[in-house]
Design a protein around this ligand. Structure first.
Ligand SMILES: *Cc1c(COP(=O)(O)O)cnc(C)c1O
Length: 336
């Protein structure tokens, strides 16, 4: 059976590195959206809570409900605001203010330059006014950076814009509001932490996607994907393996199938440029829905132990490799 091994010591190591940046555990919100980037929602919620994290960020109400016992506050990014003692709802548009239940706790997302969602700077005063009129409880104001993990000036002018947002919110009479803007890359990259919260996703799972010139905080991958052997056969020169027969045996060899495929969220890739496992085993021929073939007889093989390295081979980023993994693969927590 394929399985995902979650290394608790590595997760705690990463959280400790982040706390060194934010100054305290109270200022870290663990981002658990999309099944905790594929790591397992409830498993990671439980571990984060055991570490001492009290805030979480999720995508929808279903995710929030699954982890409500572990956190004091859960920020829900993509749901209409309702009255809920644990949840705070991101407001992305004027429309969302109109839809939220009176006295729902909300956080206003302001678009400072990413132009994905959030209230425009020119709508900010109107939005604050409508929040008051509708009787919503404004807990926080946030923004999201479009280029925290890239060189260039965008991060800095967005930061400046957010400073202006903070002044405008305070001038509008909201004194007890928290402000936050930083994701993993911004938290790792920027010096002095002077905000109320950091929203940490990928760094907690062990990946630093900053380009090389930045000071690199050493993080440790939390997840490892293992597959189990299904069948083994000896093949002769000239025989072909898998759909389309893309792999041609050049000399007699032992080939086994292992129980991971694109049905599990593993990338189908390009059989002409095969993925190589950490042990140096290339995937032979095409990836099937539930199976791959490798030149091995081992009962278990590691498919990847570092999603960033795997992602480079597959032409994507660590986020996509881990998040795509099917929730039905068992997640097994190990202490070290
Ligand atoms: C996903 C997300 C984050 C986390 O980003 P990372 O790069 O994984 O740290 C933070 N804030 C918002 C609004 C997000 O959607």
């Amino acid at each position: 059976m394929a399985k995902i091994i979650i290394n608790k010591a590595n997760f705690f190591h990463n959280l400790n590195q982040i706390v060194l940046k934010t100054g305290s555990k109270e200022k870290v919100a663990i981002v658990l959206k999309d099944n905790a980037y594929g790591h397992g929602l409830t498993q990671m919620a439980k571990l984060a809570s055991e570490f001492g994290i009290m805030q979480a960020v999720v995508r929808n109400q279903t995710e929030a409900d699954a982890i409500r016992s572990y956190f004091s506050d859960i920020l829900v990014l993509g749901a209409d605001g309702i009255v809920d003692s644990h949840c705070i709802y991101a407001i992305n548009s004027l429309d969302a203010i109109a839809k939220a239940q009176p006295s729902a706790r909300v956080e206003l997302k302001v678009d400072t330059g990413m132009h994905r969602n959030g209230i425009g700077m020119d709508e900010l005063l109107l939005a604050l006014d409508q929040i008051k009129k509708r009787g919503l409880h404004l807990v926080g104001v946030m923004t999201h950076f479009r280029s925290a993990d890239e060189m260039g000036s965008a991060l800095f002018w967005q930061q400046k814009a957010f400073e202006k947002v903070k002044r405008m919110v305070k001038e509008a009479g909201f004194s007890d509001v928290r402000f936050h803007s930083r994701n993993s890359a911004a938290t790792l990259r920027m010096g002095e932490f002077d905000e109320d919260l950091a929203r940490i996703g990928i760094a907690a799972y062990g990946y630093n996607e900053l380009p090389v010139p930045f000071d690199r905080v050493a993080l440790k991958p939390v997840m490892k994907l293992m597959a189990s052997r299904v069948a083994t056969r000896r093949l002769k020169k000239g025989m072909r393996v898998g759909y389309g027969g893309d792999f041609i045996v050049s000399e007699s060899m032992v080939v086994s199938t292992y129980d991971v495929g694109y049905g599990d969220g593993w990338c189908r890739g390009d059989s002409a440029n095969p993925y190589m496992t950490p042990e140096g085993l290339p995937i032979l021929g095409r990836v099937s829905m539930d199976l791959i073939s490798l030149a091995s007889e081992a009962d278990e093989v590691c498919i990847f132990d570092d999603a960033q390295t795997a992602a480079r081979q597959l032409g994507t980023i660590s986020y996509e490799v881990t998040t795509a993994l099917s929730p039905s693969i068992p997640r097994i927590i190990v202490e070290v």
